[in-house]
Design a binder for this molecule. Structure first.
Ligand SMILES: [Zn+2]
Length: 109
């Protein structure tokens, strides 16, 4: 499977990724905040895909899933110049499963 992992998407040109944009209310002569439907629908679609994808892979072996998560965490921490790969070693040495999962969850966002 060939995938491009480094493609950065253009930000929404309606709300610049904030989810909200301003439109003039001529009656009250003020600017009003309006929620960006493009981004809202995109977020809902992504939530739907996450649920369906979870359902699809839920019966995969825990070993395989753990291996994928571990690879994801190590590669993500390594790629982030503001993070330190040594902290993964710390987590392993102290057998801190809660921190390991918290780290994986943080990188999954
Ligand atoms: Zn938007």
């Amino acid at each position: 499977m060939k995938i491009n992992l480094n493609g950065d998407k253009m930000e929404c040109n309606k709300c610049q990724g904030t989810g909200w944009y301003k439109v003039p209310n001529h009656r009250l002569e003020i600017m009003e905040n309006v929620e960006c439907m493009d981004c809202l629908l995109n977020q809902q679609f992504k939530d739907h895909l996450k649920e369906e994808l979870t359902r699809l892979i839920v019966n995969t072996s825990p070993q395989k899933l753990a291996q994928i998560v571990a690879q994801l965490v190590v590669n993500s921490v390594d790629r982030n110049e503001n993070d330190d790969i040594q902290r993964i070693e710390g987590i392993i040495h102290t057998k801190n499963v809660i921190n390991a999962l918290a780290l994986a969850e943080a990188y999954s966002q």
